[in-house]
Design a protein around this ligand. Structure first.
Ligand SMILES: Nc1ncnc2c1ncn2[C@@H]1O[C@H](COP(=O)(O)OP(=O)(O)O)[C@@H](O)[C@H]1O
Ligand SMILES: [Mg+2]
Length: 257
């Protein structure tokens, strides 16, 4: 069964159709990676799934409910079940770990006494000790900050977690640690994970790979067999990553996002 079903999704900005016709079934309780070159519209696709951008047409069906047809006030219920990790968004420097992780709970008026055990549980999930609770971001390593960022997303206990380029800008060792952590979360919490990535190392952890090209999903298959695929887009993508840029007929605009 799919957790998210995307049907004939289109998104237009002025005269440019960015999402042209996306059809994609994202299986429940699995990790699905969406790959594609810079500027292909991966972030725009993810933002439509999490409700930050409204599609021009088509459907996004989450657990059987077409969210594009839902009124605003009912949307919240669906979105509460989703966590969105945008490059493990920066922590707020003036807040300690407890406050950073619990921020949405503090904002909703939950008492400190109730928040502390919840935050401690999330810290354990991301393999951080309770000693970090009152530390400030400046006292944490890069990898620890990423863990705190993930713990913050986990605070609302999402069933679906979406990551946009979680390892971009990280050294390979830290990237590996983050992939391990994402995999561990996936298994322990039995999540549905959707990951946008350039990093082919994620294939080792993922169940499925989807490739977005020219506004459409040009490939969907098992992450185990992706290396043997004779799909020309997959071949070009992998070859492009391992042998540097290649010439194609497609001209990409500079990606400013
Ligand atoms: N708000 C916007 N208005 C108009 N064009 C946009 C907007 N956001 C992104 N784009 C364009 O849509 C295309 C896809 O962007 P994006 O989804 O960020 O690509 P990717 O994440 O695959 O690198 C890019 O050409 C970008 O310039
Ligand atoms: Mg992007």
């Amino acid at each position: 069964m799919e957790a998210i079903k995307i049907v004939h999704l289109k998104k237009r900005f002025d005269d440019r159709l960015i999402t042209k016709d996306v059809n994609l079934d994202i299986p429940k309780n699995q990790m699905t990676v969406i790959i594609g070159r810079s500027g292909e519209g991966k972030s725009i696709l993810l933002k439509q799934i999490v409700g930050l951008i409204k599609p021009t047409s088509g459907s996004i069906i989450i657990d059987g409910i077409d969210i594009t047809a839902l009124p605003e006030d009912e949307l919240d219920l669906v979105y509460k079940r989703m966590g969105y990790v945008f490059q493990f968004a920066a922590l707020l420097d003036s807040l300690n770990v407890l406050e950073n992780i619990g921020i949405t709970l503090f904002e909703n008026g939950v008492s400190r006494k109730e928040i502390i055990p919840i935050v401690k549980e999330k810290l354990r999930l991301v393999n951080l000790s309770e000693d970090t609770l009152y530390k400030y971001p400046s006292e944490l390593s890069g990898g620890m900050k990423k863990r705190v960022g993930l713990a913050r997303t986990l605070v609302t206990s999402p069933e679906i977690i979406l990551y946009d380029e979680p390892t971009t800008g990280l050294d390979p060792i830290t990237a590996h640690v983050i992939h391990d952590l994402m995999y561990d979360m996936q298994k322990r919490l039995n999540l549905t994970s959707v990951v946008i990535s350039h990093d082919v190392e994620i294939f080792k952890y993922a169940d499925n790979v989807a490739l977005l090209h020219n506004g459409k999903i040009e490939y969907f298959g098992s992450a185990k067999t992706v290396w043997e695929s004779d799909n020309p887009y997959i071949y070009q993508f992998i070859r492009g990553l391992t042998q540097g840029p290649i010439q194609t007929e497609i001209v990409h605009e500079k990606d400013k996002f």
